[in-house]
Design a protein around this ligand. Structure first.
Ligand code: AMP
Length: 310
């Protein structure tokens, strides 16, 4: 098993081969599987015919960020499964579970165009039958960054991702660097539980003006959308200082936070410089760093980050 980071923090290149070209003809039709039994049977079929199965878990409301993961899976494996499941256990009681954007028909069209063979889209009852009391918790890491602001969030994520890994049984699974803490926690979980899946983390896909793509961007009105650019601006400022040779985490974080001081209608949740694996604060970025930010624009919480390589 190994972990691969690709070119993190850049805008993904736009030119990709179409699914039809990759297949040398028609892309296969997307099959939607609603039950665990159906998904297991499909995965077994792939394994028996010697195919490498790639998996892209999502909560739907798909955008180019999600599709970049699908394309990476397409390139690296023989057959691709995606999932759409708005996982209730990763939402806090006052969070946006009920209003989370849903666009199932459109998502299916996008996945089919990208050449995804299987869409696993179970109901909540299918994934969490009544009486379920078992959790997967990655201790330490789950209380850092977003885990500190969203108690129980990562326990919900690691529980559902480990269930999905058991059901889909992929050879490779694809996650976005956009959710950097999530990626670190899943890598740790896979290592600690000896899960037979290789994790690939793909770069953040951004809008032309730099805003990281997110299903939650749909909540923003035009004025909030403009203000939301402060997240990217703060990271760009930090990148400039790094390019000039700055290595002090304190200096970098204070410049990043200063950008938020100039945008008082945006409430900063955190701006931190941490170790990308342990998510612990560091003093100096010379050995690599994750510079992560989260902020509220109205009631919408957005995140972004910059990964500094060793
Ligand atoms: P979500 O549907 O928000 O749970 O995201 C599903 C997957 O897509 C996660 O691995 C995310 O990190 C990834 N993802 C979301 N937004 C982006 C983005 N802008 N660029 C790259 N990956 C992303």
């Amino acid at each position: 098993m190994f972990f691969r980071f690709q070119n993190v923090g850049t805008v993904a290149s736009a030119v990709r081969p179409s699914a039809a070209r990759l297949y040398g003809g028609e892309a296969p039709r997307l099959k939607t599987l609603r039950t665990i039994t159906e998904m297991r049977a499909a995965s077994r079929e792939a394994r028996h015919s010697g195919k490498r199965l790639g998996f892209v878990p999502t909560m739907g409301a798909l955008h180019q960020g999600h599709l970049s993961l699908v394309r990476a899976a397409r390139q690296a494996t023989d057959v691709v499964a995606a999932s759409i499941f708005v996982n209730p256990t990763q939402f806090g009681p006052n969070e946006d579970l009920a209003k989370y954007p849903r666009s199932f028909e459109r998502d299916c069209e996008l996945l089919e165009k990208e050449g995804v063979e299987w869409l696993f889209a179970p109901s909540v009852e299918e994934m969490y039958p009544s009486g379920a009391v078992t959790w997967v918790l990655v201790e330490e890491l789950s209380n850092k960054l977003d885990g500190r602001s969203r108690p129980g969030h990562f326990r919900g994520v690691t529980t559902v991702v480990s269930k999905l890994f058991h059901i889909v049984a992929p050879d490779l699974a694809f996650f976005g660097q956009k959710d950097a803490a999530q990626a670190a926690i899943i890598r740790r979980m896979v290592l600690d539980l000896n899960l037979p899946v290789e994790i690939t983390v793909c770069p953040i896909v951004r809008e032309p003006d730099g805003l990281a793509m997110s299903s939650r961007n749909a909540y923003l009105d035009p004025e909030q959308r403009r203000r939301a650019l402060v997240l990217h601006r703060s990271l760009t400022r930090v990148q400039e200082l790094i390019d000039q040779g700055e290595v002090s985490a304190t200096v970098l974080a204070s410049h990043g936070r200063k950008e938020f001081a100039a945008e008082p209608s945006v409430r900063l949740d955190y701006f931190e410089v941490v170790n990308p694996d342990t998510l612990d604060p560091i003093e100096d970025i010379s050995n690599g760093a994750l510079i992560a930010v989260a902020a509220y624009i109205g009631s919408t919480r957005l995140i972004d980050n910059l990964l500094v390589k060793r």
